[in-house]
Design a protein around this ligand. Structure first.
Ligand code: MN
Length: 232
């Protein structure tokens, strides 16, 4: 295959303790999946089917990244989340079958231009400008499910400059890990390389240049991101 210019390299994420990397295909994100977070967004938590939005695969940045404050926003937010890494294709899979599709787990930070997200939401526009911008998908190293087991509970916490902002348990997810994968697979054929951000607990808030944001999940270690000045 010849291209008119060199194609962008395949985005990828480190695998914990291994030299081979996880190639990223698509990034799906669940909206409002913890009750207290739904309330802080001004919505009633419900068991209506979850909704998804996406980020481009090349929005990935890894542990230790320095992320410039993004353009067009004055309300740039953190969202600490559990990320599922898909390793096997599946369409219309049951909850029981969905465990087979999960290759691993990572810690994520769904960086958000909250002002642009709300402007889009309130005007019935797509969320992309609030969610799908450069460097918006922070993802730590992926831990193999074969080593971690089925991740259904465990503490999740986010600090900014060592002050706790978000603190919850994965057991508090409105839609559980297997439910998310099963429901997503009704809409698209999920494929190896897909990442699924599972939603953030309450306590989202602003980041400013100089902040150091750390997300921790039991068994998955820590994910550190430093915010730099806006690129000129
Ligand atoms: Mn999120």
């Amino acid at each position: 295959m010849n291209y008119v210019f060199p194609p962008h390299p395949v985005p990828s994420v480190a695998v914990q303790g291994e030299s081979e990397r996880f190639p990223v295909r698509r990034i799906f994100c669940v909206g409002r999946n913890y009750e207290e977070h739904a309330r802080e967004m001004g919505k009633d938590p419900t068991r209506e089917l979850p909704f998804f939005f996406t980020k481009p695969a090349d929005a990935i940045v890894e542990d230790g990244a320095v992320v410039p404050y993004p353009p067009l926003t004055s309300n740039f937010h953190h969202e600490g989340e559990l990320v599922l890494a898909i390793g096997k294709a599946g369409f219309n899979v049951s909850e029981a079958e969905s465990w087979d599709l999960i290759w691993g787990y990572a810690i994520g930070n769904d960086l958000t231009r909250r002002d642009l997200q709300f402007e889009a939401r309130d005007n019935g526009r797509p969320w992309d400008w609030g969610k799908a911008f450069d460097n918006s998908a922070v993802c730590g190293p992926i831990h193999r499910a074969s080593e971690i087991g089925r991740l259904e509970k465990g503490a999740i916490q986010l600090t900014v400059n060592q002050t706790v902002r978000q603190k919850a348990d994965l057991a508090d997810l409105i839609w559980s890990v297997p439910e998310i994968v099963s429901i997503l697979s009704r809409s698209v054929r999920v494929a190896p390389g897909d990442l699924v951000y599972t939603g953030t607990p309450a306590g989202v808030g602003p980041l400013v240049p100089g902040d150091v944001c750390v997300v921790e999940i039991d068994g998955l270690g820590k994910l550190t991101t430093t915010i730099a000045e806006r690129a000129s």
